[in-house]
Design a protein around this ligand. Sequence first.
Ligand code: GRF
Length: 202
Amino acid sequence: MNTFKVAVLISGNGSNLQALIDSFKKEDSDIDINCVISNKKDAFGLERAARASIDNHFVDHTKFKNRETFDQELIQILDGYDPDLIVLAGFMRILSEVFIEKYLGKLINIHPSLLPKYPGLDTHQKVIENNDRLHGVTVHYVDKSLDGGPVCGQSMLEVETTDAEELQNQIHKLEHKLYPHIVSLIAEGKMTFDKGKVIKNT
Ligand code: GRF
């Protein structure tokens, strides 16, 4: 397999980035995380990238006059790395149509709920308030819908706590397994995106 180049966009802690680094930053890996971008200067994920010797960039969205010009800057940086896949890992910015269309089929996100249930924020709290028995995590291709787009995969658990933080920690553990797994499937060509659908090539 040729090297499969992955760029990761973050805004915060970057525990999902770390899970990807731990999975793929090995000498014999065909997957190369070659770029990390954060819109937050103090994102710990930038330090995780630096420790793993991955090029990392801080792009301050507040310095741009609108969403499109910020996204143009992201595009300019990303295109320098020629990514096969762009992985959103806790990137807390809504992307413009220009960005989404440019990378359609090469752009995935992880969301802490069993989509289509609970798009948006505070998913763990909503699960607890609604006494849901099941909760989970979804990886999906990004299209113009917020937290929509065709689903690559989900993991779930039975809710056994009323503490949102504890639930979040449990969900993180699922995320850290699911995200590298989905990235591997895509890199190996076992999962592809075609005409707005996820195709599993087994
Ligand atoms: C994760 O819960 C992910 O599902 C959501 O943002 C969070 C990022 O966490 N999109 P981390 O920065 O990877 O630790």
